[in-house]
Design a protein around this ligand. Structure first.
Ligand code: UGY
Ligand code: MN
Length: 209
């Protein structure tokens, strides 16, 4: 990185099988290419990736060893997720793409219109992870305490609420990050007068290792 700072939230050093950090760019900041696949989600300001100008809520997927950098002419922040690609026999690895969150239709989570999910990564077995945003109207909650083999990296984007992790209950608000290891019991309920929204990574489409 040049004229940029990484706030590392989760990485293999803690036991995660992915790395997630917030990249804070100064004017003229640059993040060099990654050796593994990378997902970029813009939190603030504008960045340039592979010739595309990305603003808040825009995102890009870069496959393994893609040569693109992430650069910022003025101050900007982005959530960056990196993961070694897990091949799937008979399926080609995915190619570069970028998108805009506001172009993705929200769908109700398990039939609940008060909880909208937007899938930022296409529903295609070539991808070995998913990144979604989940938006809870005030008072909305996950319908159950989940427990699953997949791990999560969760970044609170706005609003707040209570996160249950195992038998502990944590108040969470914008900027908080949670790494949920495989099988971590998890539940969230939104509090306050504005919607609560988070960006959530999970490993996906592959047999558990
Ligand atoms: O997709 C998920 O596993 C998601 N519902 N988990 C979560 O919000 N903690
Ligand atoms: Mn989950």
């Amino acid at each position: 990185m040049h004229k940029a700072t990484a706030i590392v939230h989760a990485a293999p050093a803690i036991g995660a099988r992915f790395t997630e950090y917030t990249a804070e760019f100064e004017a003229g900041g640059l993040l060099g290419p990654a050796a593994v696949q990378r997902f970029v989600y813009v939190l603030q300001g504008d960045v340039e990736v592979n010739g595309a100008r990305l603003s808040r809520g825009d995102y890009a997927y870069l496959p393994t060893e893609h040569s693109a950098t992430v650069s910022a002419k003025t101050a900007a922040r982005a959530a960056i997720i990196e993961k070694p690609y897990q091949i799937l026999a008979g399926v080609s690895a995915p190619a570069y793409f970028n998108g805009r969150e506001s172009d993705i239709a929200g769908r109700p989570f398990m039939g609940d219109d008060a909880l909208e999910v937007r899938a930022l990564v296409p529903d295609d077995p070539s991808f070995d992870f998913a990144v979604n945003t989940m938006t809870f109207l005030p008072g909305a909650a996950l319908p159950m305490v989940e427990m699953h083999v997949m791990e999560h990296g969760l970044l609170m984007l706005s609003g707040g609420g209570i996160y249950r992790l195992g038998d502990q209950w944590y108040p969470v608000t914008e900027g908080d990050f949670i790494w949920m290891a495989p099988f971590c019991p998890q539940w969230f309920g939104a509090l306050g007068k504005t919607p609560a929204k988070y960006l959530i990574y999970k490993d996906w489409n592959r047999a558990p290792q």
